[in-house]
Write a protein that binds this ligand. Sequence first.
Ligand code: SF4
Ligand code: MSK
Length: 641
Amino acid sequence: MEERIYERLMKASRREFYEGVSSDPTVPQLLEKAERDKIETVWHRYLAQQPQCGFGLLGVCCRNCNMGPCRIDPFGYGPQKGVCGATADTIVARNLMRMLAAGAAAHSDHARDIAEVFMGIPEGWAKDYGINDREKLVAVAERLGIETDGKDEKEIAREIAEIALMEFGKPGEDPLKFLEAYAPEKRKEVWKKLGITPRAIDREVTEMMHRTHMGVDADPLSLIAHGLRTALADGWSGSLMATELSDIMFGTPKPIKVWANLGVLREDAVNIMVHGHNPVLSMKIVEAAKDPELNELAKKLGATGGINVVGMCCTGNEVLVRLGIPVAGNLLQQELAIITGALEAVVVDYQCIMPALVDVASCYHTKVITTEPKTHIPGALHIEFDKANALETAKEIVRVAVENFPNRRKDRVFIPKEKMEAVVGFSVEAILKALGGTLKPLAEALKVGKIKGIAGVVGCTNPKTRHDYSHVTITKELIKNDVLVVGTGCWAITMSKAGLFKPEAAELAGPGLKEVCKSLGIPPALHMGSCVDCSRMLVAIAALADYFGVDMSDLPVVGSAPEWMSEKAVSIGAYFVASGVPVHLGTVPPVLGSKRVVEILTEEAEKLVGGKFFVETDPKKAAEAMLNIIIEKRKRLGWPV
Ligand code: SF4
Ligand code: MSK
């Protein structure tokens, strides 16, 4: 394994430290400013945490009841069982499955929020939302078996919303309706045989919490099997409905030119950063920021350029791929955006919002505005986002930011100049359109080997690894070897910043992929949306499997989360594995304390569901391993390698 990053950083000079933590040039510049301004960032706190708890890293600490906490001695000298008798295998599996359940819950609760607003359209109370993409409305309805002839949009929307809302808690043993409608038959058979077809989203999450309660499920295999069921509920229903309903309400993404990185902040404008995940808020902030009266006010207060909305993390992706709103950065850059001194407000909904934002903001004039009843951060300004009066609340929030502009201290402003152009917005529908309305050109390019395989690369950034570096390295290696890379989340923001989403990046691809990209005018890596939109990749892989008449696990498709940190990533990884896709992890999950759990995740899973996890912290070696899997799968299909 590579020398751990903190060991390198501890020995490094200040300059090496700044550069060592990230491959993004904006980071060292702002870290230097942070230290001048006496502000600690995620990297400083990461160093302060060293050495991190060895029991925690191995996953062998249990706090699931008050006879504990218990921990297992990984060297075998001390206790090998918790007070109740739970072994390392049980404890590690339970801990990981609780992470997975939290991730599935987060994604799917986001979906519930979208579905409730979606239902508000036919019910009439969500007056500031509407049907933006009628074609998609009809397509989703037809998938779900809803008759659309002679019905108006609102009637169709109501029927979709009824099915969507029932997915969370429907009684009985029937499979989830979205999964039934979207997953390929061959896959559904695999899940049925294993008894892991999910029934209701909340039910699977609740059962996971129940199984991991003291004195319930102690068998790592049965715990992990239920984890796969829970993840499938997230991937094929929760996340998928969030994507589909967002597309109907806000528009299905299509290719659009955008700008990315902290250079999108402007000295002459009121800068508002939307951060989190749910487009129900961010789309309205963008709309409110166009209000002529608020722009006049901004100008009157000295912001000659008016109001500039930028994105961060996945709600940033939502407005990036649909509206072309520039994105300022990914997870590890959220504090840096404030450290520029040029941000009037950070408006957040939920997930991936560091509580530290409030501490950093207190050193500048920036207001951190929380908006969700479920997200409160001490020290933040809370303006609850009223979905029944969405635009009005959004305007109130934007006004707070505008009125804060005179508090900006010009002598403390430093905006890095770096920003990069990118083409984003490759929904499944957009990809199909680029292909001329049929999968055939892509499928045939795949079969003859012009494109060797498809890699879905996703996920966060993490101070355990050099920011953005693994994302870029893995992607470059894969495209160089004719692998088409698609992905979401913070990876997609990295790609936007690194220039890999420019059509000209096709020059970096192998000859086959380059030819395909040039003929279609697309980049060799495609932005498919926010982390909840990983479901788009499931839909695309399912369509390819159906085209070839094979199972999803037969295709030369791999997944990777090179810099993951979030519990949602555990759920995403697990639903890809359960859907037959091998998944690489670039940061080590807390499972090494149990040989049995490692064996299930990295070997046994493949025999059961066709997918498995593998861990490799070196991005070049990881890309090589992914390529080997692709070649192996091609050989099995009898396709040229
Ligand atoms: Fe300890 Fe068992 Fe309680 Fe966990 S569930 S804290 S291992 S006694
Ligand atoms: S925002 S979950 S850090 S991708 Fe979706 Fe980025 Fe990961 Fe959050």
